[in-house]
Design a protein around this ligand. Structure first.
Ligand code: SF4
Length: 318
């Protein structure tokens, strides 16, 4: 069953008006995105900084309004729901942030921080809340003693565990993890990814896992969606990632460090900077950096076409 269906999503922002400019610049963060997420599936979202991943996460959870398009959650179009209509769904859709400290009050003990959603949403009877918080802490590999401590008393990895516990307090169905492991050391990243994989299986969670590192996403995701300048470049099953066809995905794969120095000579290096989303290139948005671009690439916008069994590519030349 589909938990999420996204169709033609467009989101723009108006930048501040620049000196001597008549009208403010329009930044196109999402440029007609369509994809689905099945119940119990993890969809990995990758792309460079500025490609629109975090904007997409916030639009999906209705933290940003969208310009056009549709977001259907469990069969219900939630695109135009107002905050009070969204309130019952807030528990079902939770976000895990890159910096868990940002979502934790530095002056609030962890026990109170985890208890707060239970009180606000009246999920657990008063006399059972402490037990529920202990259970949540144990689920994420922390001891019940953590309840009496403040966020600054924990390491980055432990704080992310608390962030995960906080997301789980309200029994969500959908988790959007926005660069949840990007700020952590490699060894801690692996621990948090294993934890999230276990919890996902245990509670049959559906997940959108956002990261700029393709290798990290490959470990946790069932399918991978590659984004560039607010558009989908490729959708591929993670165990098929080696057979990626889009030149941008190949460049991202080439950027993954490998122990074999001979492999480094075959690398496709991504040259230049990502263009400004306020001034999108005509035709294929990747043509200014594509290693195999031809003249016609600047004239035609390639649509997303299916190659085989759910593998989709937005490029007419591969
Ligand atoms: Fe490269 Fe052209 Fe394909 Fe775009 S359409 S990815 S520019 S080859």
């Amino acid at each position: 069953m589909r938990i999420l269906e996204v169709t033609d999503l467009v989101k723009t922002f108006k930048a501040k008006r620049r000196f001597l400019k008549r009208s403010p610049e329009v930044i196109c963060a999402l440029n007609g995105l369509s994809f689905n997420l099945d119940e119990g599936e993890t969809l990995g979202l990758v792309g460079e900084s500025g490609c629109g991943k975090s904007t997409l996460a916030r639009c999906l959870l209705k933290l940003y309004p969208v310009d056009s398009g549709h977001i259907v959650y469990r069969g219900r179009d939630i695109t135009r729901l107002n905050p009070s209509q969204m309130k019952p769904l807030r528990c079902e859709m939770q976000m895990i942030f890159q910096d868990p400290s940002a979502s934790l009050n530095p002056r609030m003990k962890i026990g109170n921080a985890l208890m707060e959603p239970l009180v606000v949403h009246n999920i657990v009877p008063k006399d059972q809340r402490r037990d529920r918080v202990t259970e949540l802490l144990n689920l994420v590999g922390l001891h019940a003693d953590a309840m009496g401590k403040y966020p600054h008393e924990f390491s980055g990895g432990q704080r992310q565990r608390i962030g995960i516990a906080r997301a789980l307090t309200v029994n969500p169905r959908l988790i959007v993890a926005d660069e949840a492991v990007s700020a952590l050391d490699i060894s801690i990243q692996a621990q948090i990814i294993n934890l999230m994989t276990d919890l996902k299986a245990r509670f049959n969670l559906s997940m959108i896992f956002i990261a700029h590192d393709l290798k990290v996403v490959e470990h946790i995701a069932d399918r991978i969606l590659v984004m560039y300048l607010g558009k989908i470049m490729e959708v591929i099953h993670s165990d098929e990632i080696k057979n990626a066809r889009h030149p941008y995905t190949k460049c991202l794969l080439s950027a993954v460090p490998v122990p074999d120095p001979r492999a480094a000579s075959h690398r496709q290096i991504l040259k230049g900077e990502i263009p400004s989303p306020a001034n999108l290139p005509a035709g294929c948005v990747f043509h200014t950096r594509c290693p195999i671009a031809r003249r016609e690439c600047a004239q035609h916008v390639p649509g997303l076409r299916e190659i085989k069994g759910g593998h989709q590519v937005a490029c007419g030349l591969v």
